[in-house]
Write a protein that binds this ligand. Structure first.
Ligand SMILES: NC(=O)c1ccc[n+]([C@@H]2O[C@H](COP(=O)([O-])OP(=O)(O)OC[C@H]3O[C@@H](n4cnc5c(N)ncnc54)[C@H](OP(=O)(O)O)[C@@H]3O)[C@@H](O)[C@H]2O)c1
Length: 168
């Protein structure tokens, strides 16, 4: 199982306000769809409730909540990190799609970070957790200027966790 975190961040590492994303960036939605379709996505109950049409199609949707009575159509509902790992044990690619609380639970377990850096500052109330940048190496960075559809400049970045080299 490869665990990837996927998030869109502003220049202050902010990710949301009032249980919504900070900006509408269609190129990022497309990027997100391309990476996650056919795979497993794991989200917190609040992020699930922020989705306009509920579970995302063509993906296994896993929702984390402490509420054992919580139900949502088209999703597997789980109550702990251990349950997430158990329900995903056969899955090749697992994407942690937020929000802040769920990123924090998985940041130490993640193998990859797919971060979209939006080069703008927004008013926000939710932030990506601190992570040790020296533990990650940039595998790919693509920069884009604003265009007719996307109001802000942004970069798609892929970071992979550095592994300790052993020459024995
Ligand atoms: N920019 C991005 O890429 C991005 C991506 C996703 C979300 N967001 C934004 O992030 C914000 C939401 O983030 P958030 O941190 O407030 O909420 P969240 O992480 O989406 O969900 C939090 C909920 O997850 C459940 N939870 C947390 N820890 C748990 C644990 N150890 N075991 C079981 N369940 C647990 C709890 O649900 P219960 O209260 O039901 O127990 C908790 O209230 C929104 O503004 C959203 O738009 C941004």
């Amino acid at each position: 199982m490869t665990i990837s975190i996927i998030a869109v961040l502003d220049t202050n590492n902010a990710i949301g306000k009032n249980n919504k994303l900070l900006c509408y960036l269609p190129a990022d939605l497309k990027h997100f769809k391309k990476l996650t379709t056919g795979h497993t996505i794991v989200m917190g109950r609040k992020t699930y409730e922020s989705l306009p049409n509920g579970a995302l199609p063509n993906r296994k949707n896993v929702v984390l909540t402490k509420n054992t009575a919580f139900k949502c159509k088209g999703c597997d509902v789980v109550n702990s990190v251990e349950e997430v790992l158990d329900i995903c044990r056969e899955d090749e690619n697992v994407f942690i799609i937020g929000g802040a609380q769920i990123y924090k639970l998985f940041i130490e377990k993640a193998d990859r970070l797919y971060l979209t850096h939006v080069h703008n500052e927004f008013k926000a109330d939710t932030y990506f957790p601190d992570y040790e940048t020296n533990k990650w190496s940039a595998a790919k960075i693509e920069d884009f200027e604003p265009d007719g559809k996307n109001k802000f400049s942004y970069s798609f970045a892929k970071y992979v966790r550095k592994r300790n080299e052993c020459n024995l």
